[in-house]
Design a binder for this molecule. Structure first.
Ligand code: CTP
Ligand code: MG
Length: 234
């Protein structure tokens, strides 16, 4: 089976923002750029046949610098221009992969550089008998619902609640169809691709991730990851 990967890296990284400097995915933690780390986890898997990054063309020079050293891998395709939302960026990646006709597509946030190849393999294995699946971890915190003033309204049961991660994996044809229909119907509010699949009526499964598949969101996340890797890679 043909497995393709989309790494979405077209965001502007506002929450991790520094006025100077490129978006977070092009910055290094330890010795290597966040984007190179995210890509590397997939390139480590021989089952992956094609990888495409979705980027903001304004940062194509930063992209080339970040993937320097990985560009020799023939599975890495030319980057594709993203859109105004993550959902639009994913659709751009799916359209670019359509001529390759993959059986499966894995969609990953460039901002999750610590994903373990073993978790990706677990996700791929799960797609043998379901059209959509995502890495996730069970919610461990007690959940409080509060009003705008911070006054607690109630305590919510966490049984059966999972926190979604990426990568998320899908049979390619039904996911492309679901994304095209969502866009055509003006549904632009999906924050992950599993939600698009759910909306389209596809069965979706959670797959237990490995610990540490953090998303770099804030500058504090980036700096903490950098400090940790500088120690480990010293
Ligand atoms: N992304 C994208 N296209 C967009 C928005 C986001 O490809 N229009 C990507 C980001 O590059 C990131 C992933 O989707 O790898 C998850 O998004 P997030 O962590 O929110 O990154 P940003 O949107 O860049 O950051 P922020 O929301 O703080 O601006
Ligand atoms: Mg965002």
């Amino acid at each position: 089976q043909k497995i393709a990967v989309i790494v979405v890296a077209a965001g502007s990284g506002t929450r991790a923002g520094r006025a100077d400097g490129p978006p977070k995915q092009y910055r290094s933690i330890g010795r290597r750029p966040i984007l190179a780390r995210s890509l590397g986890a997939f390139m480590a898997l021989p089952a992956v046949g094609r990888i495409v990054c979705v980027i903001d063309p304004a940062f194509v020079a930063e992209y080339r610098t970040a993937i320097d050293g990985l560009a020799a891998d023939p599975r890495l395709a030319e980057p594709v221009a993203g859109g105004a939302t993550r959902q639009a960026s994913v659709l751009a990646g799916l359209e670019a992969l359509a001529p390759f006709a993959p059986d499966l597509v894995l969609i990953h946030d460039a901002a999750r550089p610590f994903v373990a190849p073993v978790a990706i393999t677990r996700l791929i294995d799960r797609l043998a008998d379901i059209p959509a699946a995502l890495l996730a971890h069970p919610v461990v915190d007690t959940l409080k619902q509060a009003d705008a003033d911070g006054r607690v309204i109630g305590t919510r049961a966490r049984d059966g609640l999972w926190a979604a991660e990426t990568p998320q994996g899908f049979r390619f044809a039904p996911l492309l169809d679901a994304h095209r229909r969502a866009a055509a119907e003006g549904r632009t509010d999906f924050t992950d691709d599993a939600a698009v699949a759910e909306w389209a009526g596809l069965p979706v499964a959670v797959v237990a991730s490995e610990p540490g598949n953090l998303k770099i969101t804030s500058l504090a996340d980036l700096e903490a990851a950098d400090r940790r890797l500088r120690m480990e890679e010293f």
